[in-house]
Design a protein around this ligand. Structure first.
Ligand code: SF4
Ligand code: FES
Length: 389
């Protein structure tokens, strides 16, 4: 008989959840939902050893456990800290954590260019989302930002180091998915950079997955970059028989044209798990199958409704039922609509465009007075007309 799993109770932002021993605070929070889950820039659940680099996921532990309810003295990285039974965690309810996150965003943006409108990743960049959610309006950084020359690291991928936030995800993909890693982090501290060192081309069959895991626009697809904006494309789920990978992908179409192929993403922006395994895709599916005839289309991809990608796409607008008929109890709503058919503010016979300045209440009072004088004169005239023999 399978051993019974020990469950720990953890409370995050006032919501209690039970998770198996060994679960991280981040995954416990994800179990509750996006409203309490901390953001992540380096953690990626399908990549072993990821996390602990960016500090975006910092949370406050208000009580360590039932046995030792003392708060933890410092904020902790939720992607690397395991829950304890009775732990109380504060994320969105912690001023300290939110303040620290602001600092982290400022730090991540020290060297990152602020040119989202011309970046190929715009609309699906996690740093862009993070800075909107947690960043400050300005930066205090006054020094020269470090810049790098763009480099083609193989036939399919371009590296723009200026945008890199050194999350290490691409290195983990190379280490864990491919049989040889040709790139690494060179130099140290502020000079650190991802590089193939001797400009070696990355040609491994699964190297394209580096583009999918990169949270910013540092690694881009050379067969797609700057050909379109993501919000103009319609993502559809599709599959094909592939002898190298699962063949289950998302096609990004405009009309009949397939602009790019990516792996399918889960609600956390990570590669979806299909049949319990991460559905990484091979370079043949990603870069060489750009015809709809190559694929069996399954249907529209479900896109988070807060994403710009979802604008005007598939889901019908949810219109709440019109309560008017119920309220009017059988009366015709037109009666109500007639009340304001003629505007009482902008009277139609006052030409606002010829006024020397903005209209004031006097404009209408004077107009009313003039109208009254005109009407009285007309009345008198008609009375006098009647009196005439
Ligand atoms: S290139 Fe992208 S994935 Fe690689 S370390 Fe930089 S930000 Fe992370
Ligand atoms: S996501 Fe936890 S440290 Fe980066």
């Amino acid at each position: 008989m399978a051993e019974e799993q020990e469950l720990f109770k953890v409370t995050i932002d006032g919501i209690t959840v039970e998770v198996p021993k060994g679960t991280t605070i981040l995954n416990a929070a994800r179990k509750i939902g996006p409203q309490v889950a901390p953001p992540t820039m380096c953690y990626y659940s399908s990549l072993e050893g990821s996390g602990g680099k960016c500090r975006t996921c910092l949370v406050e532990v208000a009580a360590g456990s039932t046995k030792d309810p003392r708060p933890m003295p410092k904020l902790v990285a939720s992607c690397r800290t395991e829950v304890m039974d009775g732990m109380i965690v504060k994320n969105v309810t912690s001023e300290k954590a939110l303040d620290a996150r602001k600092g982290i965003v400022e730090y991540l943006l020290i060297n990152h260019p602020l040119d989202c409108p011309i970046c190929d990743q715009a609309g699906e960049c996690y740093l862009q989302d993070l800075s909107y959610d947690h960043g400050t309006e300005g930066t205090r950084y006054e020094f020269k930002r470090r810049t790098f020359v763009r480099e083609d690291i193989g036939p399919y991928i371009q590296l723009h180091m200026t945008r890199c936030i050194l999350c290490y995800r691409c290195l983990m993909v190379a280490d864990q998915l491919t049989n040889s890693r040709s790139q690494g982090i060179l130099l140290r501290g502020d000079s650190s950079e991802i590089s193939t060192y001797i400009s070696k081309a990355i040609e491994n069959d699964f190297s394209g997955n580096m583009i999918d895991v990169c949270p910013v626009g540092a690694l881009t697809d050379r067969t797609y970059r700057f050909k379109n904006r993501v919000w103009f494309l319609k993502p559809v789920d599709a599959h094909r028989d592939c002898d190298k990978c699962c063949g289950k992908v998302t096609l990004w179409n405009r009309g009949e044209e397939v602009f790019r192929v990516t792996s399918r993403k889960d609600p956390w922006g990570e590669v979806q798990k299909i049949d319990g395994k991460p559905a990484w895709i091979c370079n043949t599916c990603r870069f060489e199958k750009k015809n709809t005839a190559d694929w069996i289309i399954e249907g529209p991809t479900k896109v988070n409704r807060h994403s710009v990608i979802s604008t005007n796409h598939y889901l019908k607008k949810v219109v709440p039922p019109d309560p008017l008929n119920k309220v009017l109890n059988g009366r015709s709503p037109i009666l109500m609509m007639d009340i304001n058919e003629v505007s009482q503010v902008n009277e139609p016979d006052i030409d606002l465009s010829i006024l020397p300045g903005p209209a004031t209440s006097n404009t209408f009072i004077e107009h009313d007075e003039k109208r009254e004088i005109k009407e009285t004169a007309a009345e008198r005239l008609s009375i006098n007309d009647h009196k005439k023999p």
